[in-house]
Design a protein around this ligand. Structure first.
Ligand code: PLP
Length: 398
C-alpha cells in the first residue's frame, strides 16, 4: 500500500470552521462510519435479524477488529480481544496479573494515573480482601519502587494530563528483573505513536478506541495478553463469550485457549462495525510519520502560546521525546477560558484542577490550524473573554 501524505482531512467529517484539538479524548467522525452503521442496521440487523450472527459473521467481529488494532501497537495477529470498556479491561488484566504472582501483595502504579485505573485497582483489592495494597508514588519515582514485593506494575504509558511518557521498555525490563507482571494502559498513546508491545514483552496491554483510534463514543476497549501466557491467563470475568464453546451451554466455565478468553459478554456489534470502518483509515499511514508530525505541531503550539499568551504555564514535558501527542497549559482561569475557546470553534478540554489540554492529531490537523487556534487563544486570554458570566457555570462533562 502506498504511504499516505499527512494530513488526511478528507477522511473525516469535521464541522466547518472548527479546529479540533480534542482527538485525544474523542476522535472525530471518520467518513464512511455513518454509512457503515446504517448498513449494519438496515441490511444486517434489519434484514437478517438473528441470522446475522452467522450470515454477517458478527461473532468474529471482536477478533477481526482486534487484528486491525494489533499492528498499531506492535502486537501479533490473534493477540487482542475487544469489547467492554477500558475500565473493565484494566480490571481483567490486573486480576489476571495478581493470580500470576499469588505470593505477592503489592500493586504498583503512580499518582498521575487516570483515576478509573486506580479505582478499579481499589475495587479489586477490596473484593479480594487478602491484604493487597496499591502504591502510587510520583511517576518519576516508579522505577525505583519496583521491588520484589511487587506483584503487578500497572501504568499508563502517556499521562492523561501532562502527556509525560513512561519508558515502556525500561520499566518493563525492571519489572521482569524482579519477577513482577507488567500491565500497560495505552489509552493516550495507541494511534498517536509507534508502539512495540511485543518488543517490550509486557504481559498485558489495554487501551480504548474512542480516542486516537476514532471509534466513536463508547467504542469498545481492547486487551492484549502475551501469546505465550494466554492459555494460562485467568480471565476473572468469566462470561460465556470467553468460554471455549459458548453455544455448548455447558454449566461449567471453561475458558477458550486463545485471547478469546478475555471476552466477557455479547459484543457491541454497532460500535464494533463503526470501529472497523474507522480503523481502515490507518491502512498506509505510518505511525512514525504520525509521531513526527504530532511533535512538530505540538512544538509549534508551545512556541506560539509561550510567545503570545504569557499568562499560561507549560504543564507538559518540554522535551518532545518525553511527551505524548497532547500538551497542557496551566492557567488560573482554565475552565472558563476553555469554554470561551470552544465557543469560538477551537475545541480542547479542561482537566482539573487548572489545565487547558490540547491534543494534536496530524491525521486532520496542519500548521495553519495550529496558528489559527493560537490566534483565538490569544484573543481569549488578552481580552479576558473568559470573564463572560456564561462561562462560569461548570458543565457535567469537562
Ligand atoms: C480514557 C481513559 C480511561 C477511560 O476508561 P473507560 O472505561 O473507557 O471509560 C481509562 N484509563 C485511561 C488511562 C484513560 O485514558
Amino acid at each position: 500500500m502506498a504511504q499516505a501524505t499527512l494530513p488526511l482531512k478528507h477522511l473525516f467529517d469535521l464541522p466547518e470552521g472548527v479546529i479540533y484539538l480534542d482527538g485525544n479524548s474523542l476522535g472525530p467522525l471518520p467518513k464512511g462510519a455513518v454509512a457503515r452503521a446504517v448498513d449494519v442496521m438496515e441490511n444486517e440487523w434489519g434484514a437478517e435479524l438473528i441470522k446475522a450472527w452467522n450470515t454477517a459473521d458478527w461473532m468474529s467481529l471482536p477478533q477481526i477488529v482486534g487484528d486491525q488494532i494489533a499492528p498499531l501497537i506492535g502486537a501479533p495477529s490473534g493477540s487482542i480481544a475487544t469489547g467492554d470498556t477500558l475500565s473493565i479491561k484494566v480490571f481483567q488484566a490486573l486480576a489476571a496479573g495478581l493470580k500470576m504472582r499469588p505470593e505477592r501483595r503489592i500493586i504498583l502504579s503512580d499518582h498521575g494515573n487516570f483515576p478509573s485505573d486506580l479505582y478499579m485497582a481499589q475495587g479489586l483489592i477490596a473484593l479480594k480482601d487478602q491484604g493487597y495494597h496499591l502504591r502510587t508514588p510520583a511517576p518519576e519515582r516508579v522505577i525505583e519502587q519496583i521491588t520484589e514485593e511487587v506483584a503487578v506494575v500497572m501504568l499508563t504509558h502517556a499521562d492523561y494530563r501532562s502527556g509525560r511518557l513512561h519508558d515502556m521498555a525500561a520499566i518493563t525490563k525492571r519489572a521482569h528483573a524482579v519477577g513482577a507482571v507488567m500491565i500497560w494502559d495505552l489509552a493516550h498513546s495507541a494511534g498517536a505513536m509507534p508502539l512495540d508491545v511485543s518488543g517490550c514483552a509486557c504481559e498485558f496491554a489495554v487501551g480504548c478506541t474512542y480516542k486516537y483510534l476514532n471509534g466513536g463514543p463508547g467504542a469498545p476497549a481492547f486487551i492484549y495478553a502475551r501469546p505465550d501466557l494466554v492459555a494460562t491467563v485467568e480471565p476473572a470475568l468469566s462470561g460465556w463469550m470467553g468460554h471455549i464453546a459458548p453455544f455448548a451451554m455447558d454449566p461449567t466455565y471453561q475458558p477458550a485457549m486463545t485471547t478469546e478468553r478475555l471476552r466477557v459478554g455479547t459484543p457491541p456489534i454497532l460500535q464494533l462495525s463503526v470501529l472497523q470502518q474507522a480503523l481502515r483509515l490507518w491502512d498506509g499511514v505510518s505511525l512514525t510519520e504520525i509521531r513526527a508530525a504530532s511533535l512538530a505541531l505540538s512544538e509549534l503550539f508551545i512556541a506560539e502560546v509561550e510567545k503570545r499568551c504569557p499568562g499560561l504555564t507549560l504543564a507538559s514535558p518540554r522535551d518532545p521525546a518525553q511527551r505524548a501527542s497532547h500538551v497542557s497549559f496551566a492557567f488560573d482561569h482554565s475552565y472558563p477560558a476553555m469554554r470561551a475557546l470552544i465557543d469560538r470553534g477551537v475545541i480542547g478540554d479542561f482537566r482539573a484542577p487548572d489545565l487547558m489540554r490540547f491534543g494534536f492529531t496530524p491525521l486532520y490537523l496542519d500548521a495553519a490550524d495550529i496558528r489559527r487556534a493560537v490566534d483565538v487563544l490569544q484573543e481569549v486570554i488578552t481580552d479576558e473573554l473568559w470573564r463572560d458570566a456564561k462561562y462560569q457555570t461548570v458543565n457535567k462533562v469537562t
